[in-house]
Design a protein around this ligand. Structure first.
Ligand code: ATP
Length: 270
C-alpha cells in the first residue's frame, strides 16, 4: 500500500462539530459521497487530497446496492451536507459518488439522483472498488471491502480493476450472531460489537463469520495471488487481518481506518 495515503485516514470523528478554518487548505474542496448499506458518509478533501472533514450517519436506505428509501437517503444526505457547510462556513456544490460493483444502469442513476436531490451537482460517478484501490495506491492485489451487507472482492492489475464480485455476508451478520447469542436488540448488539471492552468475547463469537468472509475471498480469487488489502467498516475489527492471513496463507494489509477508505477514494477521484 502507498504509505503516503495513510495520513488521509487519520480524519477523526472526534473533531466533528469543530469549526474548520479553510485558510490552511488549497481550494476548491473535493467532496465524496458514499451511500452504503449501513452508513452514509460524506468526505471533504482539499485540492492536494489533504483531509478536511467528514460526516457520517448510519442508515438503512440501501440494500444490495439499490436505494430502497429514496426520501430518507436524501434527507440524511442534506443533513450531513448542511453540517459540513456550517463547520466549513462555505457552500459545497459539487460531489463525486460511487456505485457498488455489478449494479444495473438504472440503479446507478438512482444513486446520482439521491446526491443531486440533496443539493449537489454530481461531477463523477466511479466504481467503489476503484475508489478503494486509488485511495490505497494499489497497483496489483486483491481489495476485500467488508461493509455492513456484503463482502466485495476485486482484483487489481496494473492499477485497473480486472473483476469484482460480492456476496451478502457483512458486519450485519456478525451483529445478528451477537444479538442471538447475547439476547440483545440489534442496535445494542451493534454497540456491543464495536466496544473494545468486549473484544475477547466478540472475537470468539464472530470468528466463524470472519472465516466465512476469508472463504468467500478465496472462492472469488482467480489465478492472481494477493496481497490482500482490507477496506470497509467491518475490517475495523481488531484481528480480522490475522484471521484472513491464517486462512488464506498470503499477506494481508489493513489501513489505519478501513471505514474511510472508499469514501476518501471517491473524493480523490475528482
Ligand atoms: P456495504 O459496503 O455493505 O454497502 P457500508 O458501505 O454501509 O455497507 P461500511 O460503512 O463500510 O458499510 O461498514 C459498516 C459495517 O462496519 C457495519 O456492519 C458496522 O457494524 C461495521 N463497523 C464499523 N465500525 C466498526 C468497528 N469499530 N468494529 C466492528 N465493526 C465495525
Amino acid at each position: 500500500m502507498d504509505r503516503s495515503n495513510e495520513y488521509l485516514l487519520q480524519m477523526d470523528a472526534t473533531s466533528e462539530k469543530e469549526f474548520i478554518d479553510l485558510k490552511q487548505f488549497v481550494l476548491p474542496l473535493k467532496v465524496g459521497v458514499d451511500l452504503g448499506t449501513s452508513n452514509i458518509v460524506v468526505t471533504v478533501l482539499d485540492q492536494e487530497n489533504r483531509p478536511v472533514a467528514f460526516e457520517m450517519e448510519s442508515a438503512n436506505v440501501v440494500k444490495d446496492g439499490i436505494v430502497v428509501q429514496f426520501l430518507d437517503a436524501v434527507r440524511i444526505l442534506e443533513k450531513l451536507k448542511s453540517r459540513l457547510e456550517q463547520r466549513l462556513n462555505t457552500k459545497l456544490e459539487e460531489a463525486a459518488t460511487a456505485i457498488p460493483p455489478g449494479i444495473m444502469t438504472g440503479n446507478t442513476k438512482v444513486i446520482s439522483n439521491v446526491v443531486e436531490n440533496a443539493g449537489f451537482h454530481v461531477t463523477h460517478v466511479i466504481d467503489e472498488p476503484e475508489a478503494a484501490a486509488v485511495m490505497m495506491g494499489i497497483r496489483d492485489g486483491i481489495v476485500v471491502d467488508i461493509g455492513g451487507g456484503t463482502t466485495g472482492v476485486s482484483a487489481v492489475k496494473d492499477g485497473q480493476i480486472m473483476y469484482s464480485m460480492d456476496e451478502p455476508t457483512g458486519g450485519t451478520h456478525m451483529t445478528l450472531v451477537i444479538s442471538g447469542a447475547m439476547e440483545l436488540e440489534f442496535s445494542e448488539a451493534e454497540q456491543y460489537k464495536k466496544s473494545q471492552d468486549n473484544y475477547q468475547l466478540v472475537f470468539t463469537m464472530i470468528q466463524p463469520v470472519m472465516e466465512k468472509m476469508a472463504h468467500i475471498t478465496r472462492s472469488f480469487m482467480r489465478e492472481q495471488e494477493g496481497p490482500i488489502y482490507l477496506a470497509g467498516g467491518t475490517s475495523c475489527l481488531k484481528g480480522i487481518e490475522a484471521v484472513f492471513q491464517k486462512y488464506l496463507g498470503i499477506a494481508v494489509y489493513k489501513p489505519q481506518n478501513p471505514l474511510l477508505v472508499t469514501p476518501i477514494g471517491i473524493a480523490m477521484s475528482i
